[in-house]
Design a binder for this molecule. Structure first.
Ligand code: GRF
Length: 200
C-alpha cells in the first residue's frame, strides 16, 4: 500500500450552494490531516454561507456560473491548475455535466438527506425531501453518500445511515436528525473513500 504521507497532500474541492454546515465539518476534519487537505470551496451563489466559512478557514473560494460549468471546461481547468484530486458535493444543487464527471472519474461524492433510492431525483432536495418523508409517515429516514454520475442522486451508493422517526416529528425535526447523521459520517466516509482509491 502506498504511503500517502510522503507525497504532496491529496486535495479536495468542496462544492456547496447553501449554508455549508457539512462543508464546515469537512474543513474542520481535514484541517490537521496528514495527507488530505481542502484545496478550494466552489459555489454558484455569491451569498452562500459556505463562502464565509471558507474565508474564516483561509480556504480560497471560486464562484461559478451555470454556463461556465455546464458548457465549458473552465471550471475543470481551474481545479486542474490547483491539482485538485477529488470533488465532494455538500448541498450543491446543479446537475453535474458529463465532461466534468469524466474529469473526475470515480472521484466525486455527493451526500443526500434520504435513504436513496427513496426521495431522490430532480426537485428532491432540502425540505422537499423531509416533507415527503413526513407525508408518507415513514418510520425511518437517513442519509446516503454516493458516487456522482450524470443523473441526480443516482450513482453507486457507498454509505447509508438511518434514524428512527417518531410520528409526532415534523419535517424540520426530521431534517435536524438527518443532518446530525450527515455531520457525523460525511468527513470520515470521504477519508475512507479517498484512502481506498489508493489501495487498489
Ligand atoms: C444537506 O442536507 C445535504 O444532504 C444536501 O444539502 C444539505 C446541505 O446542507 N445535499 P448544508 O449546506 O451542508 O448545511
Amino acid at each position: 500500500m502506498e504511503d500517502l504521507t510522503i507525497r504532496p497532500k491529496i486535495k479536495i474541492a468542496i462544492f456547496a450552494s447553501g449554508g455549508g454546515s457539512n462543508a464546515e465539518k469537512i474543513i474542520q476534519y481535514f484541517k490537521e490531516h496528514p495527507y488530505i487537505e481542502v484545496g478550494i470551496v466552489v459555489s454558484n451563489k455569491v451569498e452562500a454561507g459556505v463562502l464565509k466559512i471558507a474565508a474564516a478557514n483561509n480556504i480560497n473560494s471560486l464562484i461559478i456560473t451555470k454556463s461556465s460549468f455546464s458548457k465549458t471546461d473552465q471550471v475543470v481547468a481551474v481545479l486542474n491548475s490547483l491539482s485538485i484530486d477529488f470533488v465532494v458535493l455538500a448541498g450543491f444543487l446543479w446537475l453535474v455535466p458529463k465532461h466534468f464527471i469524466d474529469a473526475f472519474p470515480n472521484k466525486m461524492l455527493n451526500i443526500h438527506p434520504s435513504l436513496l433510492p427513496k426521495y431522490g431525483g430532480k426537485g428532491m432536495y432540502g425540505h422537499f425531501v423531509h416533507e415527503a418523508v413526513k407525508t408518507n409517515n415513514d418510520n425511518e429516514s437517513g442519509m446516503t453518500i454516493h458516487v456522482v454520475n450524470e443523473k441526480f442522486d443516482d450513482g453507486n451508493i457507498i454509505f447509508q445511515a438511518s434514524c428512527p422517526l417518531d410520528q409526532k416529528m415534523d419535517a424540520t425535526e426530521i431534517a435536524s436528525e438527518v443532518l446530525k447523521l450527515e455531520h457525523k459520517y460525511y468527513p470520515q466516509i470521504i477519508e475512507d473513500f479517498i484512502k481506498s482509491s489508493y489501495d487498489k
